[in-house]
Design a protein around this ligand. Structure first.
Ligand code: PRX
Length: 654
């Protein structure tokens, strides 16, 4: 393979790569044009990539008008998602590996699960769920490590028309209980322990704690994964592996409507409790599989590895649904990049001859600091393409990734998207679009990005523009609603900029029409590629008896992208000590999960508030960024002197 060519910060895939790619520049231009000028015709054709039970007569039926937002695709079609990801491959690839499972420890053997085995295991799991009364439309919460059973469980739900809601195994019992209750789940599927990086998280014990706050009717299906001892409540707890072994090896799939929900995934918003994003069956699968094929230039026989956890949307769309719908071989990794050493990712790439590798900038940044010898030790010649997701990738990380991992031969796709969007929105299709380190570049088929001026909501018509990023029309993979709260859905995404879907991100469009995502413009922060609502961390902090008030903001962090900076006002008479600081950190870990632990806690005798009592976060952000020279107008503050104290005692002096 020849090198990518580069000129003044712009990189183009090699001629070889372009010649073999699904689309080149002209192909992209043609398909993109078709997708936005006649979406009905374009998506009717793309939807043929799936097997439909009843074909649809109607393609797009969508409305972005605030008050009447409604999104339906292929609405009278019926299908089954599990059948599309498994059964239809039986004739042509039953003995091909569907999932390569790589365990936490390299000394445990990997598993190669064929499509035939995937059908059997998914069927057995589906039969277990049915035996416990789960039927079409019921909710099933998954709180699992990255083990094959997580894939079986997701696909088993899809098979019987149940709606899964995967909760990241790093979340706390409280967070799990909230999600079980909000979705009114009938069953939770968990494991005894989750091994990760040589440590074990006690998932069953977390689930026990969560279930104290849930209805007694919720069944607890436990995968005995490590085999370590756990508590057991007869009548409630079920040994999944034993029941799977005894269950019938085939389960017929049910017919579901294209608009029947496939899953709920909770994500952080700028206000209140996490939002239950709802994705449906037909449109989501068309979009996940199409983006998987084109963005990663996936070809039959390739081995694809997305390092995300199935607890996030990236794992849903690009470990499970997109790749399996395409009949791919997809790698599922239980571990972390630095265990047992900093060469683990590259060892796995070499071992399984990975062709496309997709990870987050935070992982790249953490590995960069540990030296290139860890990469050089392993044979990465199978790699054809690299991907990035979750946050803007800084040029240093991009260059390191390109030089040391891709050896200058692999296009890098910087994929911008969200839990809500189901699949990629803006990304360079590798054979078609030139890459610029740090730019997500051009929209995927069917996506109409617009840049609005946040001051007056006007659409910026010049090519070079800066503002907030909205999308002007619907695409099949987008969420349909928030679970049980269509009003909140409209408020969160369609109220601020009427007629548009508001991403919550700021962006810049350069003179070539390439999009650069500049980060969230709301009170959501992005910590190691994970979304966290500042309000969630604040409400966890104020739930502690020593805390009177708390305000949380993000600040630039070398590895994590953004760190969590908390200003805390203590109750009268409570001493601000180091041990209290540690106690609050531990408190947030148990209230939400380790990913929400504040990096810095500043004791704040007072918070900067307007006379009407509103906290001026702009000032808090500036101080957290160590950029207090530019605080702007502070004259509207009720007590401007609090600012001096905050500056003097700031925690980030980097
Ligand atoms: O701010 C954007 C950032 O991640 C947010 C979405 O987070 P989440 O729903 O957790 O999904 C993450 C994985 C899809 C976005 O609003 N983001 C995601 N990808 C990128 C990004 N920011 C810049 N560049 C990206 N490639």
């Amino acid at each position: 393979m020849t090198d990518q060519s580069s000129a003044s910060g712009v990189y183009t895939a090699s001629a070889d790569f372009i010649a073999k790619a699904h689309v080149d520049a002209a192909g992209y231009a043609r398909m993109y044009e078709a997708s936005v000028t006649d979406p009905d015709a374009f998506w009717a054709e793309q939807a043929q990539r799936l097997d439909w039970i009843t074909s649809f007569s109607k393609v797009k039926n969508t409305n972005f008008d605030y008050g009447n937002v409604s999104i339906k695709w292929f609405e009278d079609g019926t299908l089954n998602v599990s059948a599309n990801c498994i059964d239809r491959h039986m004739l042509t690839r039953a003995d091909q590996t569907a999932i390569i499972w790589e365990p936490d420890s390299p000394s445990t053997p990997a598993q190669h699960i064929t499509y035939r085995q995937l059908l059997e295991n998914t069927s057995r799991m589906a039969n277990v769920l049915k035996a416990h009364g789960v039927t079409k439309g019921d909710r099933v919460v998954l709180y699992l490590p990255m083990i094959p059973e997580a894939a079986y469980a997701m696909l088993a739900c899809a098979r019987i028309g149940a709606i899964h809601s995967v909760v990241f195994a790093g979340f706390s019992p409280d967070a799990l209980a909230n999600r079980i209750n909000d979705s009114e789940a009938k069953v939770v599927i968990t494991a005894d322990f989750a091994p990760r990086g040589g440590k074990k998280t006690a998932l069953k014990s977390n689930t026990d704690k969560a279930l104290f706050d849930c209805s007694d009717k919720v069944k607890c299906l436990v995968v005995k994964h490590t085999g370590d001892q756990t508590t057991w409540i007869d009548g409630r707890d079920v040994d999944v592996k034993a029941e799977m072994a005894a269950a019938k090896p085939y389960c017929p799939y049910v017919e579901v409507g294209a608009e029947d929900p496939l899953f709920i995934l909770y994500t952080s918003g700028s206000t209140g409790r996490p939002k239950g994003v709802v994705h449906t069956s037909g449109g989501y699968l068309v979009y996940a599989s199409l983006t998987h094929q084109y963005t990663f230039d996936y070809h039959d026989g390739d081995v694809f590895w997305c390092t995300a956890d199935v607890g996030w949307v990236t794992g849903h769309s690009y470990i499970i649904y997109g790749p399996l719908a395409n009949g791919a071989t997809t790698v599922m990794f239980e571990g972390v990049p630095t265990y047992p050493d900093a060469g683990r990712f590259w060892e796995v790439c070499a071992k399984h001859k990975v062709n496309q590798f997709y990870t987050a900038p935070t992982a790249i940044r953490s590995l960069m600091g540990l030296g290139t010898e860890w990469v050089e030790k392993h044979d990465l010649s199978s790699l054809k393409l690299l991907g990035s997701v979750g946050e803007p990738i800084n040029p240093e990380a991009w260059n390191w990734y390109n030089t040391h991992v891709g050896k200058g031969k692999c296009p890098i796709v910087d994929t911008f998207w969200q839990t809500e969007t189901g699949g990629h929105l803006i990304t360079p299709l590798p054979g078609a679009i030139a890459q610029k380190p740090g730019a997500a570049t051009k929209p995927f088929f069917g996506i109409k990005p617009v840049v609005l001026d946040p001051a007056n909501a006007e659409v910026q018509t010049n090519t070079a523009a800066e503002g907030v990023l909205c999308i002007a029309d619907a695409w099949p993979g987008m969420m349909r609603t928030l679970w049980g709260d269509h009003e909140r859905f409209q408020e969160a995404y369609f109220a601020q900029y009427r007629g548009y879907y508001f991403t919550g991100d700021g962006c810049r469009r350069d003179a070539d029409g390439d999009y650069w995502i500049t980060g969230r413009v709301d009170d959501v922060i992005n910590v190691s590629g994970h979304r966290m609502g500042t309000a969630e961390v604040e409400s966890a902090l104020v739930a502690h008896e020593a805390v009177a008030e708390a305000a949380v903001v993000g600040y630039p962090h070398d590895i994590k992208g953004q760190g969590i900076y908390a200003y805390v006002t203590l109750m009268n008479g409570i001493d601000p000590t180091d041990s209290l600081r540690k106690e609050l950190e531990a408190w947030v870990r148990t209230e939400i999960g380790p990913i929400a632990k504040p990096d810095l806690i500043q004791w704040a005798p007072g918070l900067p508030k307007t006379r009407s009592g509103k906290i001026m976060r702009r000032i808090l952000r500036k101080i957290a960024e160590n950029d207090f020279g530019a605080l702007g107008d502070t004259s509207t503050l009720a007590d401007p002197s609090v600012v001096d104290d905050l500056i003097e005692n700031r925690m980030n002096r980097g």
